[in-house]
Design a protein around this ligand. Sequence first.
Ligand SMILES: O=C[C@H](O)COP(=O)(O)O
Length: 255
Amino acid sequence: MTPGIRPLVAGNWKMNGTSASLNELRSIGNGFMSGLDAETEALVCVPATLLQRAAEILSRTPVRAGGEDCHPKESGAFTGEISAEMLKDAGASHVIVGHSERRELFGEDDAMVHAKASAAWRAGLVAIICIGEMRAEREAGATLDVLSRQLEGSVPTSATAANTIIAYEPVWAIGTGLTPTAADVAEAHAHIRGKLTGLLGDAAARMRILYGGSVKPSNAVELLGVENVDGALVGGASLKAADFLAIAEAYMNIS
Ligand SMILES: O=C[C@H](O)COP(=O)(O)O
């Protein structure tokens, strides 16, 4: 945690979920209405097919709905793509950009992530910019260099704490059940805060830096209690309301 920063627990459903899954979303929304929102803000990023319905369901709760990716352009001949403006129109407040699955499986580089973050702001969305090292990069001792390079290339210099959130997700920890040690997370997040300060100045002090990668109820207190960890980006465990709510409840046990 960072003193003065309200934590955010964000879900990322990835390519999961149909109409039937909206019941989980209702439960998440209801869970936050019974006091959890006093501890943390909450967001669930869902597939575009569910976004409008998700936003309607969550509109009666403190939880917000977000998109998982956007195209840099506002509109045009880009079959299959979705713009930030379309996400906003469907009810999104945030959009994830530069998730490692986009970088790794769809060839997105830092310049593309930079353009997508700018597109998010153009549409009035908060950009959640993801960074993180691959397993080989960690093993080569290059983690902090990779994070610096990704921040330099992906985060536009006009980023502010209001329009941008950084998500640190070690790629090898995503969906694997593996997590870095609390000390490793602390080192990475402190490095990210320092690098952001160099890039953005005062805006970095209040910018949320989320941790993502195999966050679950059993490790949430340990991971979210680390200095400079201002919330979580949760994949698999966000698909089950009980798990997502239990992760958010971790904040009741962190002093
Ligand atoms: O965006 C979420 C992350 O990729 C983490 O996914 P995970 O919680 O399933 O490891």
